[in-house]
Design a protein around this ligand. Sequence first.
Ligand code: GCO
Length: 254
Amino acid sequence: MFGQLRLDNRIALVTGGSKGLGRAMALGLASAGATVFVAARTEEPLQELVTEIEAKGGKADYRLLDVTDEAACIEVVNSVIRDRRRLDILVNNAGAIHRAPLLESNTDDYRHVVETNLISLYVLAREAARHMSERGYGRIINIGSVMSTIARPNISSYAATKHAVAGLTKSLAVELAPMGINVNGIGPGYFGTEFNAPLMADAEFTAMVESRTPVGRWARPEEIAGAAIFLASEAASYVTGHMLYVDGGMTVKL
Ligand code: GCO
């Protein structure tokens, strides 16, 4: 039982890893012993995060990646495996949102959200599973949202894709379980990240979050890390197809 939450000798890839929830999960996985490859589009914050992880005694590296570029996704997965001969944990975290009323929305923005929040998760899961299946072991963690099960106005592309993340997670869980690959999702509630900065600046929206969340507040980024560590670890060896909502109780409150 001891050490079930340790990730020593595990190799992890976290997309959208340079900031927000991706950065918090990368720090958490590294603190549990994993070697974490963080991937994002901008190099400097990735370099800073690797330096921070190493300064804390962890192991990390980075890859530049635009998850909407399929060839780049394939190359990043293959480069991690060439570099470390394995990939044990994939955290599909990179995401996009376009907040606009339906009647003011446009198809290009909508398609970008679909490409980022759904297609990239499929591509990366497919390429990671190709390797994981050869070794009979893997953990894929897809980052959804409370919008994987509820909705609010003006973010239909985001909510539709995050609902799809739940469906992709369940589908891949049942398909990949015989290969030793567990597939789960995390559904964050309202976290105080750059992604939600416009909402946090809106007093009325913040009041809504505080009233709709039983815990009564925005979440701190580091509060996502434990869920990722658990789902990536031996402690979750019999957990697959699950959406773990880290939402302060929002999705269960009337
Ligand atoms: C929004 C927010 C949500 C986020 C939130 C819940 O515009 O309502 O961005 O959709 O996903 O952090 O997961």
